[in-house]
Design a protein around this ligand. Structure first.
Ligand code: SAH
Length: 467
């Protein structure tokens, strides 16, 4: 297994300082699955290549281990592990290039942040999920990719292609970023890991993914594969990524929500939505209002103007959104009397929480489409079984209406973070099922201009508790 990294930014030998490996020597490292060697086939001021060669001992991989019940007797010994880039390579990178991966450079610390023109070659990389997946992983990170696929056996071309590729990645980037990308994405492409995956691996993913994973369009599948489909860990990773308080991520977030705002702007759908929700709240004698997934406080801003509401609570999982809401509502400057009526709380709709109890109305405005479908069930119980407000006012996009926007294709969603968008039929089916299960009645209202065929852009369900 061979990985080479070539710098052509003069003085190219600086890469030796960054990797903490002297270009004049070949170095050898003992790993518990074999040996790693670092050497430089070329080291000039113009071009310098560092090579990491892994010599995996297939016997050491087997020693002391029970034979897997699902594989045949030879699989333990005869497999691709010694020859391909896999989680073994990631472990070797962390061990051999640990300082560079951690962003440390003892002799020339100023180099850590310096982007270099780097060309990386991985000799045999399994791309389970196909070539397109390879591109989907590296292209959003700005790499130019060259991939050549290997046949299963050159002598027997009829056997067809293998899953193995030789790939080259080119980008002007820092060595630390390059190593973090490879460290995370190689086991993702291989879709395998040679060691147990638990909480520690979740932390590892978040630390190596810092600054780039949160905004990667494939972050969901990356987290799932990296964490070996331990779905609860992957969910936690994704929830924490969404919360990430990285300013770069926030820029990306607001760019994404701008797309939704832009689409909906002609019809000032936001205002109509808030107006409709407000009207539904006021149609009952509500005093205590909960705004779940309050975001930047659009609804709260209206609620606070109305003295008939004695307690208003906004909850969101994003600390950043809560900070914006705090500013938007001018909570600093508000007189105490008004300030005491409103609270902003950090929390998640996924977990049962006593702070959600005892409200007349809970508004859930444009939130459920941000939840992973398998997690919806947790949310349903948190709200309808435990918090049990007298009324729930819930809005979500009507997918059918997307056809009215020229810029949207059939499969597009209105916001990058939407996990789904429902047709009216799908929303009604879900809402009726929930109402029946938890003892509520429900009726539906359109929000925004209504088209005879596709309906209105937003759909609202008003649930009323039956006893
Ligand atoms: N209701 C607001 C914001 C809608 S955007 C409005 O109409 O303007 C969706 C909001 O749901 C975001 O602020 C997001 O942070 C929040 N959210 C997503 N998942 C959540 C969860 N599990 N718990 C709490 N809030 C969540």
């Amino acid at each position: 297994m061979l990985l080479t990294i070539t710098s052509t930014t003069p003085p190219a030998t600086d890469i030796g300082y960054l990797l903490h490996k002297n270009p004049v020597r070949c170095q050898e490292y003992e790993l518990n699955f074999g040996k790693a060697y670092v050497f430089y086939p070329e080291a000039t001021q113009k071009k310098c290549t560092a090579a990491l060669l892994l010599d995996i001992d297939p016997i050491s991989m087997v020693r002391g281990k029970e034979r897997s019940r699902t594989s045949g007797p030879l699989t333990q010994y005869v497999n691709d592990r010694p020859y391909v880039a896999s989680s073994f390579l990631s472990v070797a990178i962390a061990k051999v290039f640990g300082s560079a991966l951690g962003g440390k450079c003892k002799y020339k610390p100023e180099l850590v942040q310096a982007p270099l023109i780097l060309k990386t070659k991985i000799s045999v990389l399994p791309c389970r999920g196909g070539e397109k997946f390879l591109y989907n992983l590296f292209e959003p990170l700005g790499y130019t990719i060259t991939a050549s696929r290997h046949p299963l056996d050159k002598v027997f071309p009829v056997w067809g292609e293998s899953v193995y590729y030789t790939i080259e990645l080119e980008k002007e980037t820092t060595v630390q970023d390059l190593l973090s990308h490879i460290y995370v994405l190689i086991p993702v492409l291989d879709n395998n890991k040679h060691y147990y995956v638990g909480e520690a691996e979740l932390e590892n993913l978040l630390s190596k993914g810092e600054g780039w994973l949160a905004k990667h369009p494939q972050r969901e599948i990356i987290a799932k594969r990296y964490l070996k489909f331990r779905i609860s860990l992957a969910r936690e990773a994704l929830a924490r990524l969404t919360e990430e308080d990285d300013p770069k991520f926030q820029e990306y977030e607001s760019a994404a929500s701008n797309k939704e705002d832009e689409l909906e702007k002609d019809i000032s759908l936001n205002e109509q939505r808030i107006g409709a929700v407000l009207a539904a709240i006021k149609s009952s004698d509500a005093k205590r209002i909960l705004d779940l997934g309050c975001g930047e406080g659009r609804l709260l801003k209206e609620l606070i103007q109305d003295k008939s509401f004695t307690e208003i609570v906004g909850i969101d999982v994003s600390v950043r959104s809560l900070e914006i809401a705090h500013k938007r509502l001018g909570l600093e400057r508000l007189p105490d009397k008004l300030k005491n009526r409103i609270k902003l709380l950090h929390g998640s709709l996924m977990y049962r929480d006593e702070r959600f109890n005892g409200f007349d109305v809970a508004a859930v405005v444009e939130v459920i489409e941000h939840l992973d479908p398998p997690r919806l069930e947790a949310f349903e119980r948190v709200l309808f079984e435990y918090a049990k407000p007298k009324k729930v006012i819930l809005t979500t996009p009507n997918r059918e209406y997307n056809a009215m926007w020229e810029s949207m294709s059939e499969t597009d969603l209105r916001h990058q973070d939407h996990r789904f968008e429902w047709s009216r039929k799908e929303f009604h089916a879900w809402a009726n099922k929930i109402a029946e299960k938890f003892g509520y009645s429900v009726h539906f209202l359109p929000i925004g201009p209504e088209d005879a065929k596709v309906g209105s852009p937003t759909q609202m369900g008003v649930f009323t508790r039956e006893n």
